[in-house]
Design a protein around this ligand. Structure first.
Ligand code: PHE
Length: 443
């Protein structure tokens, strides 16, 4: 077997892992979740969960990976045995589910890149809304774009982790960041933007229900790529001498920052153009083109924006694909090439019903829920499987493996009281609060 690849250094690791974290979750999902869940109230709850156990769990997953040098299933088997590998298995499954609906939305960004480049979108707000609805509900086009995106993704993963993911992330993540700042600047200076700013920054607690809390926690997990072993996998490409907490803090900080910037970019524009902030998944695809239409050089910015959104989606989807591929190569001795092909094909096949459920199958709801297939996949993975995976990881590391883990962190230079605090959160705070919220989501 070929030797396991490792990140070339700290910067590459941080960019690749931030690349996994920063994606559609931040730029597409976060603003619309905030838009329909009380604006600032959602923002505060999300940040609260990130601070409460986000960083702690990011460190936990990374150190499980670094120690075992294995995929999530193998990692839990090596450290815990018994039924623990099932936690990794659930993660691999969640990776499949997320990948399947993720490529659908990522496909939209590719399509919009093309529409922007050819100037075929139009400028009028109402028209843009109709255009988006017609596009996502059409039975063929979005599926073709999702397939194209999957091919891109597989093309990178086939080439291996090191030169592909790392090299791309180093270049593209900083570029994404600069562009976001430019767009935020434009958005918050639009006439009428203040209302949206207020909506995003001033919490409206009356909109908060137990469903809001569940969405906020689901968003924290989804956005940080937590609870499904993506970070175990990326951690397994660290060398045993690489330290974790500082890098983890930077990754978490970047991820939250991008989510906030995306909110600042989109919500003021929503209000400035008189859209409904609770419009849901279409928010980014309808309002931003409207903003670009008002900007000097807007079509240029539009192309660059959707290009970078596609890239942000790509670096995240790569990590989703990589988790499953890494599982097949580690555990079933498959070649990277055949594993990638297999996973990409199944993921694409599962993406088809997700896409159709926004169009010709929109009348169908999953029995026992009021959700179409797309929303059901998103809800099950983001609001149930990821929190459950995160909770079990916290329990495992906190109760079964805390001594070796905190010894390793302290050896890497972590201040011992912080290591104790870390274990305390893993033992009590994370399992109790996450468990309570999962219970609320299904009860
Ligand atoms: N964090 C990614 C995003 O915000 C999505 C993701 C979830 C990636 C889970 C990997 C694992 O878009």
């Amino acid at each position: 077997m070929a030797a396991r690849e490792h990140w070339s250094g700290r910067f590459g690791f941080i960019m690749a892992t931030a690349g996994s974290a920063v994606g559609l979750g931040n730029i597409w999902k976060f603003p619309y979740e905030a838009g329909r869940n009380g604006g600032g109230a959602f923002l505060l709850m999300y940040l609260f969960f990130v601070a409460l156990f986000g960083l702690t769990l990011v460190i936990a997953e990374l150190i499980v990976g670094r120690t075992t040098q294995r995929n999530p299933v193998g990692a839990f088997r090596a450290l815990g045995g018994g039924l623990w590998p099932l936690v990794g298995g659930m993660g691999v499954l969640a990776g499949f589910v997320i990948l399947s609906f993720y490529i659908v939305v990522a496909g939209w960004t590719l399509a919009y890149l093309g529409f922007m480049a050819t100037g075929s979108l139009g400028t009028d707000a109402a028209q843009l809304g109709e255009r988006f609805g017609a596009f996502v509900s059409s039975p063929v086009q979005p599926i073709v774009y999702a397939g194209m995106f999957m091919v891109l993704c597989a093309g990178v993963v086939v080439g291996g982790v090191n030169s592909g993911i790392e090299k791309a992330s180093r270049l593209l993540m900083p570029a994404l960041f600069v562009l976001l700042l430019v767009l935020v600047g434009r958005s918050i200076t639009l006439p009428g933007a203040a209302e949206g700013l207020g909506y995003f920054l001033r919490p409206d607690w009356s909109k908060v229900t137990s469903a809001t809390v569940s969405s906020a926690i689901g968003q924290a997990f989804f956005s940080l790529s937590l609870g499904m072993g993506a970070l175990v996998t990326y951690g397994s490409y660290l060398k045993s001498t690489d330290t974790i907490p500082g890098s983890a803090a930077i990754i978490v900080g970047l991820d939250s920052l991008v989510a906030i910037l995306a909110g600042l970019m989109i919500l003021p524009a929503v209000f400035a153009f008189g859209f409904d902030p609770s419009a849901g998944p279409g928010l980014t695809f309808i309002t931003l083109p409207a903003v670009f239409a008002q900007m000097p050089g807007g079509s240029f910015f539009g192309v660059v924006f959707f290009g970078l959104l596609a890239v942000a989606a790509l670096t995240s989807a790569i990590s989703l694909l990589e988790v499953v591929v890494c599982y097949f190569t580690d555990e079933h001795s498959m070649h990277r090439k055949s594993a990638t092909l297999l996973v990409a094909m199944i993921g694409f096949a599962l993406g088809i019903p997700a896409s159709l459920s926004l169009g010709i199958w929109s009348g169908f709801t999953v029995p026992g829920t009021e959700k179409n297939i797309f929303d059901f996949m998103d809800f099950t993975a983001s609001n149930l499987m990821l929190p459950l995976g995160g909770m079990l990881t916290a329990i495992f590391v906190g109760w079964r493996w805390s001594q070796p883990a905190s010894d390793a962190l302290i050896k890497g230079g972590l201040w011992p009281p912080l290591a104790s605090g870390w274990v305390f959160i893993l033992r009590f705070v994370a399992p109790l609060s996450i468990g309570y919220i999962i219970y609320g989501a299904i009860a």
